[in-house]
Design a protein around this ligand. Structure first.
Ligand code: FE2
Length: 453
C-alpha cells in the first residue's frame, strides 16, 4: 500500500507493530491511545487538572443507561473543549444530500430499479457537496431507517470539517482513495475496504487518489454491530480482529475554519479560528474503524440448496424488533459454488425488507449484464425479483461441478423500511429505463405434462 505523509502539523501516536500501522485491531474494544506521552489519565477519567493543560470530555454514543454490553462512550483529552468548536449556526443548503422522510408525490418509488455508474463531474466536489442521495427510508427525526448515497468527490476539504448528529456513516469506496482525518485518528480508505464513522464524530475528508466514487449508508438508528453467528460458532464471517481503529492523532492549528453540521436533516455552518481535530489522547469504545472486505470469510452451502442471503451479513443495525434489522450490510464476494442438484444463483423472491445493492467490482451472478461496477439497483419492499433470463438458463443447465465464482464483490444495504427515491435517483440519466425488461423473455415452460422441462 502506498504511504502518504500526514497533514502538516498533525501528530500521531506511536504505531503498533505489524502490517496495520497506525491502527488498533478489534471491533467495539475498549481502546486507549495517546499522541503525546502521559496525555491519557490513568485510573480515572476526570482528574482535577489534565496533563498538558488538556480538557477532559466525554463523547456518548449511547444513552448513559444503555445496557452494559451495548453502552458506548469515549473519553477525549483535547486542546479545547468541543463547545469551542462551534459558534452560532447559519443554515446552509446542501441540495443533493437528502434525509428521510423525503417523499416526492411525483416520484414513483414502487418498482424495481437499476442505475448505471455515474462519472464524477468536473466541478469541484467535496465530501459534503459531492454526496448524492439515492434513497431514504424511515425518519431521521425519530432515529429510524436510513439513507443510501453515492459520493462523487474530487476535492479535499481544507480548513473545513463536518459532523452529523443524524447517524453513523458506513462508507463503501468503489474508486479512488480517501483519507478521513477524524478527531480520534486517521483512516485511509480504498476500494475493497469499508469504514464506519460514528454519529457526532468530527472529521475532514481528503482525496489521496481521485476522483473518488463510492457508496454510503447513513444509519439513523441503533449502531451497526456484528451479527450473531448462532450455530456457526465463534469464527468466520466478519471477525472482530479484522476491524481497525486509528490511533490518536491531533493538529494544533490556529486558522479560520468552517464546521458543517448535519442535524435533523438540515445543514448548518459555524465559523471558528482553529482546527477542531485537537484530541491528543482518548480511551473508550465509541470510535471510527475500517474493515477490509477481503478478510470476510463467507459460509455457505456444502451439499444442496443455499441459505438465505443473510448468511453473508457483515454488519447489522438492530431495529428493536428481534431479528428484524433497521439495516443489514450484506456482502456477495468470491466463493466456491458446490451445491449438488441445486439452482445456484439467488432464487426468485419477494422480500418484506427493501434491498439497495451496489457493485464494487466484477460480475454479480444473478445479473451478468447491466449491473456493473459503480452501478446500483433497488428492489423495494415486497417487489419480486431474481435472476434474469440468461442467469436462469445458465443456473438451470450448468454442470453440477464445483465452480469458483471469481472476480465478484457486490453488497446490499437492506432495511426493514420501504426506500423512497430521491429526485436525483429518479430523474438522473443513469437510471436504466429498461431494467424491468430483463425478466421479459422468461417464458412459460409449464404445459401440464410431468417431467423436467
Ligand atoms: Fe433480493
Amino acid at each position: 500500500m502506498t504511504t502518504h505523509s500526514l497533514p502538516e502539523g498533525m501528530i500521531r501516536a506511536a504505531s503498533i507493530a505489524g502490517p496495520h500501522e497506525g491502527y488498533m485491531p478489534g471491533f467495539g474494544n475498549d481502546f486507549e491511545t495517546e499522541a503525546l506521552p502521559g496525555a491519557l489519565p490513568q485510573g480515572m477519567n476526570s482528574p482535577q487538572k489534565c496533563n498538558y493543560g488538556l480538557y477532559g470530555e466525554q463523547l456518548s454514543g449511547t444513552a448513559f443507561t444503555a445496557p452494559s454490553h451495548q453502552n458506548e462512550r469515549t473519553w477525549c483529552y483535547r486542546i479545547r473543549p468541543s463547545v469551542k468548536h462551534t459558534h452560532r449556526f447559519t443554515k446552509i443548503e446542501v441540495p443533493h444530500w437528502k434525509s428521510a422522510p423525503c417523499i416526492d408525490p411525483d416520484i414513483v418509488s414502487l418498482g424495481q430499479y437499476r442505475w448505471d455508474p455515474v462519472a464524477v463531474p468536473g466541478e469541484d466536489l467535496t465530501w459534503i457537496t459531492g454526496m448524492r442521495t439515492m434513497s431514504t427510508a424511515g425518519d431521521v427525526n425519530t432515529q429510524t431507517g436510513m439513507a443510501s448515497h453515492m459520493y462523487l468527490v474530487n476535492t479535499s476539504m481544507q480548513d473545513e470539517y463536518f459532523f452529523s448528529a443524524d447517524g453513523e456513516l458506513l462508507v463503501v469506496p468503489q474508486e479512488g482513495r480517501l483519507r478521513f482525518c477524524t478527531e480520534l485518528g486517521i483512516i485511509d480508505l480504498e476500494p475493497r475496504e469499508i469504514a464506519i464513522l460514528p454519529r457526532g464524530l468530527v472529521y475532514r475528508v481528503e482525496v489521496l487518489e481521485g476522483p473518488a466514487r463510492g457508496f454510503v449508508c447513513e444509519n439513523y438508528g441503533q449502531k451497526f454491530e456484528l451479527p450473531g453467528r448462532g450455530p456457526i460458532g465463534a469464527n468466520c464471517m466478519a471477525n472482530r480482529r479484522d476491524f481497525k481503529t486509528p490511533v490518536a492523532a491531533f493538529e494544533d492549528r490556529e486558522t479560520p475554519s468552517t464546521v458543517t453540521v448535519k442535524w435533523c436533516g438540515q445543514f448548518h455552518e459555524t465559523k471558528i479560528g482553529h482546527s477542531p481535530l485537537d484530541v491528543v489522547a482518548w480511551h473508550g469504545n465509541y470510535a471510527p474503524c475500517k474493515y477490509d472486505l477481503r478478510t470476510y470469510c463467507p459460509v455457505g452451502a456444502v451439499l444442496f440448496d443455499h441459505p438465505d442471503p443473510s448468511i453473508f451479513t457483515v454488519l447489522t443495525a438492530p431495529s428493536g424488533i428481534e431479528g428484524t434489522a433497521n439495516i443489514d450490510f450484506v456482502l456477495f464476494r468470491e466463493r466456491w459454488m458446490v451445491a449438488e442438484n441445486t439452482f445456484r444463483p439467488p432464487w426468485y423472491h419477494k422480500n418484506v425488507m427493501s434491498e439497495m445493492m451496489g457493485n464494487i467490482y466484477g460480475i454479480y451472478d444473478a445479473k451478468p449484464q447491466g449491473f456493473v461496477p459503480g452501478g446500483m439497483s433497488l428492489h423495494n419492499c415486497m417487489l419480486p425479483h431474481g435472476p434474469d433470463k440468461g442467469a436462469f438458463e445458465h443456473g438451470s443447465n450448468e454442470p453440477m461441478v464445483p465452480v469458483f465464482q471469481a472476480d465478484t464483490m457486490s453488497f446490499m444495504f437492506e432495511t426493514r423500511f420501504p426506500q423512497q427515491l430521491t429526485p436525483w435517483a429518479a430523474t438522473a440519466g443513469h437510471m436504466q429505463e429498461d431494467y424491468i425488461d430483463c425478466w421479459g423473455s422468461l417464458e412459460k415452460k409449464f404445459d401440464g405434462t410431468p417431467g423436467v422441462k
